[in-house]
Design a protein around this ligand. Sequence first.
Ligand SMILES: C[S@@+](CC[C@H](N)C(=O)[O-])C[C@H]1O[C@@H](n2cnc3c(N)ncnc32)[C@H](O)[C@@H]1O
Length: 218
Amino acid sequence: MSPTYDRSDSKVEVTGLEARHYDFLMNTITAGTYPFFIRRVVRKMRIQPDDEILVLGSGTGRNICLMNKYLSEGGRVLGLDIGPEMLEQSQRRFTHHPHITIENRRVEEPLPYQCEFDKVFISFVLHGFIQEDRLQIIANAKHALRPGGEFIILDYNEFDLKHSPWLGRIVFKMECPLATDFIGRDLQAILREQGFDEFRTHPHYLGYVRLLTARKAV
Ligand SMILES: C[S@@+](CC[C@H](N)C(=O)[O-])C[C@H]1O[C@@H](n2cnc3c(N)ncnc32)[C@H](O)[C@@H]1O
């Protein structure tokens, strides 16, 4: 029988010291490869100068900084997060960038945005929710996107933990239990059911991580 999970299994709310040093920790855990990896990911987002982008779980704002390099003054980014340390760092980072706003808002609750963004980006956040909340996050992304807009998910790929090499098993010993549930789900099929099509995938980190882009059907 597969285990059942509830919201208390989530570890996606990053706070305290871990949040204050989040970018440094990611660089260290990935042996210095994270900055190159995340730059490649953002390049693959194919950002247009006037794009309006919603970032769900925007963290320290590091990814938004990279996105901003592709934007003109006609573009805009709205980042949502709930972690006090994350909000403090990202809001400070973008004080002098009027086209970048960071708000304190839960991404798994219904959001008020309707057909106003070209892209919705979520990285290393979706795995940390129970399935019911993941579906609400996907519905939020769909409502927020214009028809033809893209939902871009950077997260763990699907794989069989029992048969994966030692590295995968070690990482998942430390990870949120909900991540184990996440890697067993067919995310592309779920997105198709929710009204997305035209999928593009790019594997990273030996295939354990995937960048998945899905288009909101026109
Ligand atoms: C693992 S971190 C990833 C941060 C960022 N996306 C990145 O890739 O660098 C997870 C982020 O999700 C945020 N978060 C957790 N639960 C959230 C929620 N319910 N609503 C909004 N943000 C949330 C955390 O504060 C944290 O910034």
